[in-house]
Design a protein around this ligand. Structure first.
Ligand code: KG4
Length: 336
């Protein structure tokens, strides 16, 4: 089964063709990050307008590169939630038109389910059930993936997403946008004990997380240093920050895995590229005996191949979108 997949939930327009869920025939991404860098974050209207400009041409190229004809496509899958609403609407509307013109079924896909599916593309042997730490610019949650289309949230952030926190800290430190990658690179030469940063706990919800206090602590450090005319040890701060984020995510993920007892842990989303997080999870899984699945670096960020993969499993489970399909800024992953 060949699926044309479309993703436009934030600042990447993406189109891919995926065969039988796990074989990527083409995977194209048009990133707008440079455009938003001027503003230090994603400007929603600019994102929507850029999606409108590039989406049709990108989808056409994805089909061409797949080596298939339009007639050989069997369905169109699209991210319909969650994300920047104007941006998601562009993808949904395009996918609807494509499905209508091709007379093929339309498959709505939850964006975070797509991130989880990036692991199926990286690891042909991976099958549910497993516990997945989903960490991106807009979402941070620990998910019980019972099967391909049944999942529940075991714990989640109460405020900022981990990636959002990386981006805001990077902006204040003048490191650029998006900040996660450059912060990660900067942290390589840094002392992770240089700054004492908070690790928050949510009372009575041991698997939930909070990053706003950590973010504020770094912002205060930066402002105080600026007022006193003192220089910050930037590599040390980046390393201390990455350690605080990882210390928040890793023990909760391991505890969730212990509770579920599947013996398998996966990681998903843009922050899954973080080297400190990957190293800490590897160490923790060696100690616990859980098998760790990390997505290929190229599939951590937003892409359409992951949507085509998850779309295949949603299709098998009978999910279809009608021509009245709408887009949603937020949607519970358990509802698909
Ligand atoms: O999954 P993604 O592309 O978009 C969403 O679905 O939100 O994630 C983007 C996020 C950004 O916040 C970016 O700064 C972060 O992932 N990110 C990283 C790294 N690479 C990207 N964060 C930490 N370390 C990295 N190496």
């Amino acid at each position: 089964m060949n699926i044309l997949a479309i993703e436009s939930s934030c600042d990447e327009t993406a189109a891919a063709v995926v065969q039988d869920g796990r074989t990527v025939r083409s995977n194209l991404i048009a990133s707008q990050a440079d455009m938003h860098a001027t503003y230090g974050g994603v400007v929603p209207e600019i994102a929507s307008r850029k999606h409108v400009e590039v989406i049709a041409g990108l989808a056409q190229r994805a089909v061409e590169e797949s080596g298939l004809t339009l007639q050989e496509l069997d369905a169109v899958a699209v991210t319909y939630a969650p994300g920047l609403i104007g941006a998601v609407l562009v993808g949904v509307n395009f996918a609807k038109s494509a499905a209508y013109a091709l007379k093929k079924p339309l498959i709505p896909v939850h964006h975070v389910r797509g991130h989880i599916a990036a692991n199926y593309l990286t690891h042909p042997d991976l099958e549910p059930p497993f516990v997945c730490l989903c960490v991106s610019g807009g979402n941070t949650m620990i998910v019980d993936v019972q099967d391909y289309t049944h999942m529940t949230i075991l714990g989640a952030t109460r405020d900022d997403a981990a990636g959002e926190c990386f981006d805001k800290v990077a902006r204040v430190l003048g490191i650029g946008y998006p900040g996660g990658g450059p912060m990660d690179a900067l942290a390589q030469g840094g002392d992770d004990k240089r700054y004492d940063l908070p690790r928050a706990h949510v009372h009575d919800a041991p698997l939930d997380m909070s990053f706003s206090g950590l973010k504020t602590a770094v912002l205060n450090l930066a402002h105080n240093a600026q007022q006193k005319g003192e220089a910050l040890d930037l590599p040390g701060l980046a390393a201390s920050f990455a350690a605080a984020v990882s210390d928040t995510l890793v023990p909760r993920t391991m505890e969730a895995a212990r509770q579920m007892g599947y013996g398998k842990i996966a990681v998903a989303g843009g922050v899954a590229a973080n080297s400190r997080l990957r190293a800490d999870l590897e160490r923790a899984c060696r100690a616990s005996g859980d098998k760790l699945y990390l997505p290929a670096l190229a599939l951590c960020g937003d892409n359409a191949a992951m949507i085509g993969c998850q779309g295949y499993y949603e299709y098998q489970a009978g999910k279809r979108g009608g021509l009245d399909l709408n887009a949603y800024a937020t949607r519970d992953i358990s509802k698909g």
